[in-house]
Design a protein around this ligand. Sequence first.
Ligand code: PLP
Length: 382
Amino acid sequence: MPDPIYLDHHSTTPVDPRVLDAMLPYFREHYGNPANRSHAFGRTAAAAVEEARERVAQALGARYSEIVFTSGATESNALAIKGIAQARPGAHLVTTAIEHRSVLDTCRRLEAQGWRLTVLPVDRHGRVEPDDVRRALRSDTALVSVMAANNEIGTLQPIAEIGAAVRETGALFHVDATQALGRMPLDVDAASIDLLALSAHKFYGPKGVGALYLRRRPRRAEPLPLVEGGGQENGLRSGTLNVPGIVGLGVACELAVQSMDEECARLRALRERLFERLTGALDGLALNGHPTLRLAGNLHVGIDGVEPEPLLLGLDGVAVSAGAACSSGSVKPSHVLEAIGAAGAATRVALRFGIGRFNTADEIDRAAQRVIGRVQMLRGTG
Ligand SMILES: Cc1ncc(COP(=O)(O)O)c(C=O)c1O
């Protein structure tokens, strides 16, 4: 078996060694519970949590008191959407057809329970039209939820324009920024964002920890808690804090923002290299997502004339994701591909490459070679 090559960074990222180094003391020596400040163990842990809170806030242009730690973006999205909706029974919610399931399924459940829901379409590149958002807003709209960057096709949304439209109304603006931190500038004030969800493992931090930004001024985003008990995080998210994870999240945020410009330029060059290699050797290849307004490390391509399963099984250790999920022998295109009209035929596979911080040009060349070889073999042209 040849060396594995990891090109699935939208799914998760490896922990950066600098993040791990910062976390380790909070497993070994500083294991106190930050809720117990009557002794030095607790106080040391509490100080580390507050330092991390400051780091997360700085990465978003937010204030320190506006950050709530959670178990990841799924929980942050749930707290944002359910928490705000529950404070306004039966109100109207707006989201888009290409959100992550943690947003879409949460909105759908609320709809089934009596809230009103508008799901906005996207164009063929996966972009939401700000005028569509404007038209959807009503006097009873409580929340608009639009992701900053899509986890499949990488398309970036015009968040600031949408935020400005929402700000003119009484609704709050929630952004799922899980794929966006460290990959596009995020400033909650500049983009009129009221709530924002993050997950550390998407930007070289640990799994199982995330954050929700909640605006305090000029208006206040005040969700009802989903988890109650010890009253941690101002009563918004009870439960003993994951101190090592939170420390890791803070450092990962800082590194992501510091390295963003240089890293995005490098990833964009690697992505272009990969696309050139693939298109140079294979015909019947189509780019999904926006040609330029996309995540630097994202390449999503439809490949004609091959079935997903045999392709994926024969990639010789190249870790990528298929945009079509094969379940019990049938191929089901993702809701994102359906929304952009790229669902395609059973003999078309959609591959998502997610290039990351530690990938090299040599890995890109070897991955391209293995994909090309496999496609040519399956097409009988190799
Ligand atoms: C856009 C987006 N939102 C939310 C999530 C959920 O993140 P987590 O699984 O860390 O809770 C993901 C993870 O794939 C994602 O890509």
